[in-house]
Ligand binder design. Structure first.
Ligand SMILES: Cc1ncc(COP(=O)(O)O)c(C=O)c1O
Length: 395
């Protein structure tokens, strides 16, 4: 057996089902240990927004690693301040807590909600069915999918689930204990289902009226994946009241580091000072290395006008595949920018396996869905190549 696979079999906890042994990548291309080349439209599950081995990230890593890698949060360093400023400028008035992953960025939101409601005995967080919020114990309790929770009881209390895009259900779920509502801007793991403009604006109004925090998990759909920094900006782009929309807290990770682990939680003023010294923390949160990379990633995205490019890519994919709807395989199609959900007559995993054999990597999602999550700098000829494969498979 292949040595890498046998090492995994013997020494790695088998909590994932894996397929190929990857050796190297460049941009949208990646190669396995047989020398076969693939187009990577799975993007490391919405992470590799600049593609594989981006030169700018490699250079930043090298430069910053030669200067300062880690200090702990007992000290200040320039990069964390600069990145926090950048994220606040991109999002809205507030402050940033830095961590290392999406699940951790959400943990900060849960603790924020608890701290916010603590004096009045409020602790409940309303989340949605079919959501995904990460694999920590609080994350699986927040997640609205039974298969994620199964076998890990007793679950952490304080999470209530309602159908997505159902404002009335949220309203009915509010109790004197409710502290927050948490939704994904676009539900990613369950198949790319976006919040409707009415749901977002209705939630904002409801939460303000009831003095409840509106929290958004933008771990997968944020960081320009839809063509706007946050998915809600894209969803509300054409709505007359869209510009004024702002949640109270947002979790970010994935594409923020384009492959280098970093998570961040934006907290809106006036809630940004609720978490005081001693109340929350993580050793590696916001290291000079991680922050330098994220600054480079954001700068590269903006300097090269990648938000506009990925928006065009998304439109092209939808336009090209839409005529196949109603045919034998393609059942539905949705999404925006670099986050496209495709429902077929087979499970996401089955489809991903078949497309892989054709040289195209995609990310499976819930039910009969798979996702296209290409890098924002994917080349036009690579999109065309992927579309030829998809058209052949889905016709
Ligand atoms: C919406 C959402 N939230 C949270 C997470 C968890 O992020 P991580 O795997 O970095 O902990 C994910 C991961 O897929 C996600 O899609």
């Amino acid at each position: 057996m292949n040595t890498t696979k046998s090492l995994y079999d013997q020494y790695v906890v088998p909590s994932y089902s894996r397929s190929l042994v990857m050796t190297h990548g460049k941009g949208t291309e990646i190669w396995d240990d047989s020398g076969k080349r693939y187009l990577d439209f799975g993007g490391g599950i919405a992470v590799n927004c600049l593609g594989h081995a981006p030169q700018v990230v490699a250079e930043t890593l090298h430069r910053q690693a030669s200067e300062l890698i880690h200090t702990s949060n007992l000290y200040y360093h320039a990069k964390q301040g600069e990145l926090a400023q950048k994220l606040v400028e991109l999002t809205g008035p507030g402050k940033i807590f830095f961590c290392n992953s999406g699940a951790e960025a959400n943990e900060c939101l849960y603790k924020l909600a608890r701290r916010f409601g603590n004096a009045e005995g409020r602790f409940e967080i309303i989340t949605t069915l079919n959501s995904f919020h990460g694999r920590t114990l609080a994350g699986i309790a927040a997640t609205g999918q039974e298969k994620i929770k199964s076998g890990f009881g007793p679950l952490m209390t304080g999470f209530v689930h309602v159908p997505y895009n159902d404002l009335e259900a949220v309203q009915n779920a509010i109790t004197p204990q409710t502290a927050a509502v948490l939704i994904e801007g676009i539900q990613g793991e369950s198949g790319v289902y976006a919040a409707s403009p009415e749901f977002l604006l209705g939630l904002r109004k409801l939460c303000t009226e009831k003095n409840i925090l509106l929290l958004m998990d933008c771990v997968q759909c944020g960081m320009f994946r839809t063509g706007k920094f946050m998915s809600y900006e894209q969803i509300l782009a054409d709505h007359p009241n869209g510009k004024a929309f702002l949640p109270d807290g947002i979790s970010m990770a994935k594409s923020l580091g384009s492959g280098f682990p970093i998570g961040a939680t934006w907290i809106r003023t006036p809630y940004a000072d609720l978490l005081q010294p001693g109340s929350h923390g993580t050793t590696y949160g916001g290291t000079p290395l991680a922050c330098a990379v994220a600054l480079t990633v954001l700068e590269t995205i903006q300097k090269n006008n990648l938000p506009a490019s990925i928006e065009v890519v998304g439109k092209k994919i939808l336009t090209t595949l839409t005529p196949l709807l109603g045919g034998k395989h393609l059942k539905s199609l949705r999404g925006m920018g670099g986050m496209i959900g495709i429902e077929t007559d087979q499970t996401g995993l089955e489809m991903a396996t078949q497309l892989r054999e054709e040289g195209l990597l995609v990310a499976p999602a819930g039910g009969n869905n798979f996702r296209l999550l290409p890098p924002y700098n994917v080349k036009e000829e690579e999109v065309n190549e992927a579309l030829v494969i998809l058209t052949r498979k889905l016709s």
